[in-house]
Design a protein around this ligand. Structure first.
Ligand code: SF4
Ligand code: SF4
Length: 392
């Protein structure tokens, strides 16, 4: 059995968050089961890019502050680490992300240490699946005595959902992330890469910031949704299975997590997950908007998932009226599919990794549906579900 704790928490108030996390940890056997005074504890946050705390794109600074205070109080040395996506002129924007997200301020005020994964060196590890020859992952993940994965609850335009499993993709330093997207453009293959990362780094605890979530076309271009939840588990797949169920999703419709399940990273069977805390089953978030690519009809049938994804195929396009010509998308595209001058995407080359959509800070990269019938049905579906939600 895997345990997933769900605690209710409606605000980024440090004392309230601390109380709820500590209460949740008691149900998992207490902090003493995981950490001891003097240990170096790394919080692997979600710092996808230079986004403000209230954007719902990054782990909220208030959430991280609460965790730092808890761990410092337990006598631990606390590190905050991640590598952001994207690259401008060959430099990944992680340092800027630490500033804009407010995490640099948290570190300074609370006495935590920033570990910018792009500057700390990398460790070569074997790929357990054999999908890639070897991988290079951020050194602090191996130097810390204990790693806590601190993901954000979000949708994802390419992988549909992003939580505890996907958050460790940021262990790949800087520009190397684009290389893995190129190697594994299909979410099922990306699932294998994520399986390998989890096997290599062994994060011992996963604490999700689901107080304010992102809905729609996440992980950066969606809208905020006040979800009011904190999820805690030692099993990243069990945590994501419960979190996805809260959003109205089933992992049978999330190819990346299906792969992770098939490889045996954790538990995805609801009958084998014990939910405790403020709920005994996943509380469904009413009216939560799912990404365009996800459809409930795909559930339970992996072959059907592929057909539905093909039918609903969405591609990125650049709205030049919104574009600020920063070239983040151009320099981050793993296959150089975007023309620097015209911002036209070469769809013969594009692998639909959605990095451009994910990384544009100006929401200038939209998603367009290939199939007109699919676009029409999607609009209809969205109108009907919005009307139902409005009726309550
Ligand atoms: S689309 Fe966005 S990321 Fe690309 S150049 Fe324009 S503003 Fe920058
Ligand atoms: S154009 Fe965008 S979606 Fe296509 S490969 Fe490049 S970054 Fe990925």
């Amino acid at each position: 059995m895997a345990d997933v704790i769900i605690k209710e928490c409606r605000e980024y108030d440090t004392e309230v968050i601390k109380a709820q996390i500590n209460a949740g940890m008691e149900l998992l056997g207490g902090w003493g089961r995981f950490v001891a005074p003097g240990m170096k504890v790394l919080l692997k946050v979600n710092l996808i890019g230079p986004k403000k705390p209230d954007s719902a794109a990054v782990t909220h600074a208030g959430f991280v502050r609460a965790l730092v205070q808890i761990l410092k109080n337990l006598g631990c040395e606390v590190w905050l680490g991640d590598s952001s996506g994207g690259a401008i002129a060959g430099i990944a924007p992680t340092a800027q992300s630490f500033q804009v997200s407010g995490l640099a301020k948290v570190a300074e005020e609370e006495g935590a240490v920033i570990k910018n994964f792009d500057r700390e060196g990398a460790v070569g590890v074997k790929s357990e699946s054999g999908y890639v020859e070897g991988m290079y992952l951020a050194k602090p993940m191996f130097e810390a005595d204990f790693v806590i994965n601190v993901p954000k609850l979000k949708t994802h335009s390419a992988t549909l959902f992003t939580g505890a499993v996907k958050n460790l993709f940021g262990c790949i330093p800087g520009l190397k992330k684009a290389g893995y997207h190129r190697l594994a453009p299909d979410p099922r293959d990306l699932g294998t890469v994520l399986y390998d990362i989890h096997r290599a780094v062994k994060a011992g605890l996963h604490i999700m910031d689901g107080i304010v979530a992102m809905q729609g076309e996440g992980p950066t271009a969606g809208q905020v949704y006040p979800a009011g939840k904190i999820l805690i588990s030692t099993d990243p797949l069990a945590l994501d299975t419960v979190a996805a169920a809260m959003l109205g999703m089933d992992i049978a419709g999330i190819p990346m997590l299906l792969t992770v399940k098939e490889r045996g990273l954790g538990t995805a069977d609801m009958d084998k997950i014990r939910i405790a805390g403020d709920y005994a089953s996943p509380p469904v978030l009413q009216g939560f908007k799912l990404p365009k690519r996800y459809r409930r009809t795909a559930m339970g049938n992996p072959a059907m998932v592929v057909k539905v994804i093909d039918f609903l195929r969405t591609r990125p396009f650049i709205n030049t009226k919104l574009c600020k010509n920063c070239n983040m998308c151009v320099e981050s595209c793993p296959v150089e599919a975007i023309d620097q001058e015209t911002k036209i995407i070469n769809y013969k080359v594009c692998i639909e990794c959605m990095c451009c959509h994910e990384l544009c800070l100006h929401k200038a990269v939209g998603l367009r549906q290939d199939n007109r019938l699919a676009a029409f049905l999607m609009n209809l579906y969205n109108k009907v579900t919005a009307a139902r939600a409005a009726r309550g």
